[in-house]
Write a protein that binds this ligand. Structure first.
Ligand SMILES: [Zn+2]
Length: 224
């Protein structure tokens, strides 16, 4: 049992909750249609099975142990499988693998309930919160979506959630930059004029990048 893994787990679960709250406050209400209070409670109770004996030590050894041999990897695979089989917020949970030689595809994707899709997004997004780059999830999804098997309806809902998330982030971040731009362009007093001798605005690309960084930091820290 390691403190490092305990801290990681606590932070991860906290970031799932932060992400969910942010989404709830910024995404269109329709996204959450049909999601009950009980479902929400479920989302914030994320990953509890990781504390169980079937998962805890194997994860700890694999990610924080000093040995990384085949036995550690085997134990981890078994724990990961246990995790997927017991946590419906993983798409693999909804994958029915068949052995019928008549079928050309040996798996069927069962439709995933909406609140588990939201929890899955919060789970992926939690890593963006940890790295303080809230956009990282979109690169991650682009790199992985070919391997993610989902029921058509679930995939449509998932991509709708992701695109609304991207829109809401853009609005929060670039909307803020826009407002700053407006303030620079329309100073309250001529004494606050922020233009240089050529009349160009002082808020250039570099300044804008700095503002975006600051805001991302602020959001990551306070969950604004
Ligand atoms: Zn999980």
């Amino acid at each position: 049992m390691s403190e490092k893994y305990d801290n990681y787990l606590k932070e991860h679960i906290g970031n799932v909750e932060k992400g969910y709250k942010w989404m709830k406050n910024h995404l269109p209400k329709e996204i959450f249609d049909g999601i009950t209070e009980n479902d929400e409670w479920n989302i914030v109770q994320h990953d509890l099975s990781k504390y169980g004996k079937e998962e805890y030590d194997a994860y700890d050894d694999y990610f924080y142990g000093d040995k990384n041999d085949a036995r550690v990897k085997d134990k981890f695979n078994k724990a990961w499988l246990h995790h997927i089989h017991n946590n419906p917020h993983h798409w693999q949970y909804w994958l029915l693998v068949e052995d019928d030689p008549e079928n050309d595809r040996n798996f069927v994707c069962i439709e995933m309930p909406k609140h588990y899709i939201i929890e899955m997004v919060c789970d992926w997004w939690a890593f963006s919160w940890a790295s303080k780059n809230l956009y990282e999830i979109f690169d991650w999804y682009r790199a992985h979506f070919m391997n993610i098997k989902l029921h058509m309806k679930s995939q449509i809902y998932l991509e709708n959630v992701l695109s609304e998330l991207k829109k809401a982030l853009d609005e929060e971040i670039y909307g803020y930059v826009e407002q700053k731009r407006f303030e620079f362009e329309h100073p309250l007093s001529p004494l606050l004029e922020h233009s240089d001798s050529e009349g160009d605005l002082l808020i250039d690309d570099e300044e804008e990048a700095k503002l975006i960084d600051e805001l991302l930091d602020e959001i990551s820290e306070n969950g604004r």
